[in-house]
Design a protein around this ligand. Sequence first.
Ligand code: SF4
Length: 493
Amino acid sequence: MAHQHKRGIARTQTALLPAAVEDYVAAHSIVRVIDEYVNGLDMVALEFDKSVPAATGRPGYAPDDLLRLYLYGYWNRVRSSRRLEIECKRNLEAMWLMSQLAPDHKTIADFRRVNARAFQLMCAQFVQFLRGQKLVGGEAPVVAVDGSKFKASASKSSLVTAEQAAKQRQKIEQRIGQYLEQMDQADAQEDAEVEPSAERIEAALKRLRQRDQQLEQAQAELAAQGAGAKAKEERTPRVGLTDPDCVMLSGKGGATLAGYNVQQAVDAQHKLIVAHEVTTHANDRTSLEPMASQAQQVLGAAEMTVLADTGYMNGAQAQGCEAKGITPVVPMPEVPNTHGEAFYPKRMFSYDKTTDSYRCRAGEVLKRYKHDRTAETDYYWTRACAGCAHKARCTKSERRSIARSWYAEAAERAHERARGNATLMRLRSATAEHPFGNLKAILDGGFLLRTLPKVKGEMALGVLTYNLKRTLNILGIEQLMQKLRTHRTLISV
Ligand code: SF4
């Protein structure tokens, strides 16, 4: 008998697939976790759009079904509404989760677009579930704060400066002039064969005029922005033509991107994200206190320790944390000597709190001579510099001046805690970097939605997916399902 290849079963043969959709899905499939989780949500309380069915018209899709589909999609890195539509028709797990409903991509996309706030509420509610299960928080929790830049749904070239907008408008004007000339020539020839080309020109003109209008608006916004908040944070103020809320950010190695700076606070116990925020800040210097404070409230902790890297060092922020019962542990960055590398660094000047003065290498006392309220900084110097033997190594100016922030002590305390505890610093990187690695994978390629409110919603979906996955890894499927079920019973009683 001749050898044959292995072949499947005839497609026309009936009753070979399980009769019930339930049998398509394995007992330990993640869709069962997603289903159990969504079953426990109060869609009305979470303010999901159309959570109360309309009294008239054709019945719409239930928001909990669309939520199940999105959580499954984000879990499996399928985020586009078109791809989710396809999954509903060919993926057995998606078919099980959706009870074989297959909404079109527009319905799927609309659901994500309009429910940004509901996603954020849902994400916050899950953190409370985690707290109830004692997976986060506790008596004196340790939280790591970190930030990462995520690409916006916009290119760098869509962020224009006033100068670029003016140049582009000039080019558009020239191009419009050329097209109009071509159309005049076509009219003069009265040649029927040029008609399709005239149509194309009209379409091109329409696009150019639309672009010109956008640029005009950008120019108006940049003029109004002036010394506004956004302008203050960026060296050159820009306006986004595609996503008006995203900003130009510097990534690692000096590369730039149009995006958002996402901040997160991660509980060190199990690396679960307890708070997050999508910001347009160019750096992390003003994010320590807001993020630590948000985490403290979420965890209901009277005392808390916050760990962060050098990018977060800011005396005012450290002092703000201390005032709230939060202990900041943040190392100071290596600051270049503003007087030049050949000169004595600031650390060679010792500060004496009792006399509020510095002592220099020559043993002279530098007294406070300026109290700058705007910079919240004091300045110190001595008249002894003129005849000092060290002057050539100390300053090129008439006198050496030392600046001291009003918050220097809080900054020094945060630094000392970090310097004296290498274990805490290792815990910081182990805690904060794991979730961001996962979030980058979940939101691979950056955000799909535009404008800050919608981006916040998408980020909340990403964070919730991460926390759900992480909880599954910690507890295992059976224990997690059991806890979700118990939690549902408790809140519905
Ligand atoms: S130059 Fe002035 S500040 Fe520097 S060591 Fe001499 S006295 Fe001190």
